[in-house]
Design a protein around this ligand. Structure first.
Ligand SMILES: NC(=O)c1ccc[n+]([C@@H]2O[C@H](COP(=O)([O-])OP(=O)(O)OC[C@H]3O[C@@H](n4cnc5c(N)ncnc54)[C@H](OP(=O)(O)O)[C@@H]3O)[C@@H](O)[C@H]2O)c1
Length: 220
């Protein structure tokens, strides 16, 4: 399969949570780590999130000029099977191009501006956007590096299908707690030990009051 290089980046608390129990976002990364994230975004051709993150966080997914001198905004990509991206979501603003992947029999009742393209996609057995279809489509459009920023369900889909080349996890020095707070890898999880996603730790780095973990998949 032709696909872009896939980099997953996520920030979590010391107890492994990526948002508050009510799914609202909170700042986990230190200021120095935000700089790293914006530089990483600037180096990637595409940046991807699920509709869950769009609805709870309303992210812009652009590169902030205060962190990168000459920003080169990646193409923003949303996995949105049931066409729920709000017309006024920040991810469709005119700062960058946006691709919204929806189910093949879905559609929006409103139109988006010219910088937004809606792509009808193949659906997988779980009723979500089929990642092989998505990745081939992105490759065809010239996207060679893809940054996956969340949330937990989307990250789980990429990890469980072993569609990842690099994984960065920033662990902030805070505890969120609560069984319902989302984690970095939600979705169904594995039910047998053989299916566990094993990683190779490449590097660790202290950044501000947190630590950055850099992994690759352990395919041995
Ligand atoms: N700390 C961080 O680094 C960070 C970053 C981003 C987000 N977050 C947090 O993550 C939470 C959102 O995570 P979430 O798990 O609710 O939502 P999500 O992962 O952003 O989106 C999940 C939704 O995407 C759609 N989808 C379409 N194709 C998919 C596929 N192949 N695999 C998985 N999902 C697919 C599904 O909805 P449809 O079936 O309707 O399409 C699914 O319910 C929020 O609380 C946010 O604050 C944290």
């Amino acid at each position: 399969m032709n696909r872009p290089r896939i980099i997953i980046n996520c920030a979590m608390s010391a107890d492994g949570k990526i948002a508050l129990p009510n799914r609202k976002q909170l700042r986990i990364s230190s200021d120095e780590d935000m700089g790293r994230v914006f530089r990483l975004r600037n180096q990637c051709d595409g940046i991807l999130v699920g509709i869950g993150a769009v609805l709870s966080d309303d992210p812009k997914l652009t590169v902030k000029e205060s962190y990168v001198e000459h920003p080169r905004h990646p193409v923003r990509i949303v996995l949105d099977t049931h066409a729920r991206t709000p017309k006024d979501a920040l991810v469709v603003n005119d700062t960058a191009q946006t691709l919204i992947f929806i189910g093949d029999d879905e559609g929006f009742s409103y139109t988006f501006p010219k910088n937004v393209e809606v792509i009808r996609s193949r659906i997988n057995r779980t009723g979500h956007i089929a990642l092989p279809f998505l990745l081939e489509e992105l490759y065809t459009r010239g996207i060679r590096s893809l940054l996956v920023e969340g949330g937990g369900s989307v990250i789980w889909s990429f990890l469980s299908q072993r569609l990842v080349d690099e994984l960065y996890v920033y662990v902030g020095s805070l505890i969120i707690g609560g069984v319902s707070a989302p984690t970095m890898a939600d979705g169904s999880g594995v039910s047998i030990e053989e299916d566990i996603v094993r990683l190779l730790l490449i590097d660790t780095q202290r950044i501000g009051e947190g630590i950055l973990l850099h992994y690759r998949l352990n395919t041995i």
